[in-house]
Design a protein around this ligand. Structure first.
Ligand code: ZN
Length: 76
């Protein structure tokens, strides 16, 4: 796998949706290429940070009710 391909599929790799062969190729490339290894590690950290932040966000009840009403009105 080339750096270009690693950049293209990094999102799927981190998301766990890459097929087994590509996942192996991806990991093999990271062991040989420090640039891609570093970039992927940064992306992984950003993803974890965002996931933790989003997990704590809860929409207020009034906002949920307003959104539900708007969506129903839009659907009608
Ligand atoms: Zn690379």
């Amino acid at each position: 796998m080339l750096c270009r391909e690693v950049k293209r599929v990094a999102y799927f790799f981190l998301d766990g949706t890459l097929d087994a062969k590509r996942k192996r190729d991806f990991n093999k490339h990271l062991k040989l290429c420090s640039d891609c290894e570093t970039r992927t590690a940064i992306h992984r950290r950003i993803r974890l940070f965002v996931q933790k932040r989003l997990a704590r966000l809860v929409a207020p009840t009034r906002l949920k009710q307003r959104l539900t009403r708007s969506l129903r009105a839009f659907a009608d």
